[in-house]
Design a binder for this molecule. Sequence first.
Ligand SMILES: Cc1cc2nc3c(=O)[nH]c(=O)nc-3n(C[C@H](O)[C@H](O)[C@H](O)COP(=O)(O)OP(=O)(O)OC[C@H]3O[C@@H](n4cnc5c(N)ncnc54)[C@H](O)[C@@H]3O)c2cc1C
Length: 410
Amino acid sequence: MVVGSKLACREMMLSRSKNVGIVGAGIGGLTAAIALRQFGHDVTVFEQAKKPSEIGAGIIVGPNAVKVLRALDLGSELDRIAVEPGKHRLRNWKTGRIMFDQPMGESFRERFGAGYLQVHRADLIEILVRKLPADRVCLSSRAASVRQDSSAAALVLENGKELEFDMLVGADGIKSAVRSSLFGLESPRFTGNVCWRGTVPSEDVPQGVFSSDIHVWVGPGGHVVNYYIRGGKLMNFIAIHQADDWSAESWSFDADREELARRYADWHPALAAMFERATACSKWALFDRDPMSRWSEGRVTLLGDAAHPMLPYLAQGAAMAMEDGIVLAKLITREVDIVPALQRYEKIRLPRTTRTQLGARARAKQNHMTSPVARLMRDIGLGLRRTFRPSSTSYNVEWLYEYDAALAVD
Ligand SMILES: Cc1cc2nc3c(=O)[nH]c(=O)nc-3n(C[C@H](O)[C@H](O)[C@H](O)COP(=O)(O)OP(=O)(O)OC[C@H]3O[C@@H](n4cnc5c(N)ncnc54)[C@H](O)[C@@H]3O)c2cc1C
């Protein structure tokens, strides 16, 4: 905190404190609120739910996101809730053969300046919420729209209340009301991918195959990821497959376990055993949107999934939201005027988030190849890389992990 505070004080001398409203208390909105407060701004978060919460599943905090949380003085809390895997192991869906083994742990910390961590989403939300005064997070407060003129931005809540700020941030997720208010209503795109997300108590995890590493099982038309969370007490899994449509009204519901077993019946038997032992399991449709050419209008901007929702295949959606938050906070502090600060924010962030959105779509193609010839070529490529470039990351994403958002503005 000492380093963070000194930095914040120096930055604050350059500008005056601003009154900022943030819509959405997800990972993105909360991180942005913490960053803005660290630089001395007056921040209020508006969340539609009765309490900030997340689904009962895991999330990977990549090295770039770990750097953001450390810059916000959350490093020791993060270490307390996280599990650090030894390796990222790409495996054949049926035989379990290791196709690529990427050492993580210390080698990642040395190389990227931070580790690759796995946490329970609820634990992450809890440490973020604890960093904010309770009266700065207004619950059961659903945003309907935003309005603005040259001197202020107004948030209109669904209950009719109207509140004025110097600046507003829409961190309200993929179905963002702020985004619709700025750029018009447009439905997200069903990506043709559905997933099951579940957790298994560690004592019930089938023995023999699952180590403390993160495993990615790539197979025709889908892939499965599993890793430990909550100090190793739970195994988290995500089982993804391609589907033609999503006819249900809701985007998620309790999973039909028989459907899950049927879908992966010819995959490695250890996976079926893991699915069977899940104590919690839900099914989700995966939606995204095309990259935007801009996120801001006057004194209002977007952040996280509201701006750049993406497929989860690079495990970077929340990481991008966290990076957005710290970059936005720095720029708002440095610039006296809000409008040019938001224009700079977009200029810095858009190329990176666009590359990540499109990279996640491309990853789906790599992970889900159905043609045996294409799969063979991919696997030969992985084998060659394993021999000649063993230190490369499984997905060739050094450019994601190297980045330090806290330095992006300097
Ligand atoms: C299967 C899966 C696995 C993933 N794995 C990873 C991973 O390993 N690593 C990673 O970095 N990312 C991962 N992601 C992506 C990540 O979950 C999201 O990118 C991230 O949670 C987005 O955070 P956010 O705060 O922008 O939005 P959200 O989490 O959607 O939060 C938005 C908040 O706004 C609130 N809200 C919505 N509308 C309103 C309104 N009108 N008024 C007030 N409040 C409102 C919501 O209630 C919510 O609390 C994964 C995603 C999926 C689907």
